[in-house]
Design a protein around this ligand. Structure first.
Ligand SMILES: Cc1cc2nc3c(=O)[nH]c(=O)nc-3n(C[C@H](O)[C@H](O)[C@H](O)COP(=O)(O)O)c2cc1C
Length: 215
């Protein structure tokens, strides 16, 4: 089968809008796999990959996610909802596997030994594990969103949900934190307006706070 052209990243970034409504037509497994893989290839601290994703395609579960999301229709209408989570306890079991993979690919024994000492110290007493999880999950989530858009799909992000209801609907372990949902499909009806962005002069500084970068 001929591979289709992917949208260039700069077009994806320019043209992406948060999708108000989807037509619900299923997306092929090969595309879903590519979208998921894009997220799983993202970097993470110590390569610990604390993200976990639950892919929701069944209409019944999408309906339950809509209920858990303050009745936001696009959650149910999407072809796929990727529920992005972080696992607070993942590192406890994943550390050795991460080291094993690394050792097979060039990680030194010295690094491995130091990781075995510093990771439990760092994460075992981390003052804000939720923030640590969120930054990693969001990186992977963003890569999935951009890949979906590059493949020609439309996406929406959802943070408006009741986490306990999402956990219950998906039977998530207690150590999971739900970070956001990525709704993927094809736009139905008109696209959302472009709300614009603050100027670079307002949000980017050079060298010190308050000194706008000049480019
Ligand atoms: C992490 C995240 C969560 C969001 N959650 C919701 C949501 O629950 N409901 C909603 O209507 N829009 C949600 N949005 C969409 C934003 O309102 C939208 O991205 C923003 O207004 C900018 O519009 P644009 O994405 O079309 O550029 C979310 C966006 C992000 C990035």
């Amino acid at each position: 089968m001929a591979s289709r052209t992917e949208k260039p990243l700069s077009d994806v970034i320019e043209q992406r809008r948060d999708t108000p409504s989807f037509d619900g037509v299923p997306i092929p497994d090969a595309d879903l796999k590519k979208i998921l893989e894009a997220g799983l290839k993202m970097p993470s601290g110590y390569n610990l990959q604390p993200w976990r994703f639950v892919v929701v395609r069944s209409p019944e579960l999408r309906r339950r996610l809509r209920v858990a999301s303050y009745n936001q229709a696009n959650v149910e209408e999407a072809s796929v909802v990727i529920v992005a989570c972080g696992d607070k306890d993942g590192w406890r079991t994943d550390m050795e596997e991460m080291i094993h993979m690394g050792r097979e690919r060039g990680m030194t024994e010295n690094y491995a030994e130091s990781a075995r000492a510093t990771i439990p110290e760092f994460l075992g007493s981390h003052p804000n594990l939720s923030a640590w999880l969120n930054r990693h999950v969001t990186l992977a989530f963003t890569a999935m969103m951009l890949m979906a858009e590059a493949l020609g799909y439309d996406t929406a992000c959802t943070e408006g949900f009741e986490a306990d209801k999402v956990c219950e609907a998906l039977n998530l372990p207690i150590s999971y934190e739900v970070v956001a949902m990525l709704d993927i499909g094809h736009l139905k009806g008109p696209d959302k307006y472009n709300g614009g962005r603050f100027s670079m002069a307002r949000t980017v500084f050079e060298g010190e706070y308050g000194k706008p970068i000049k480019l």
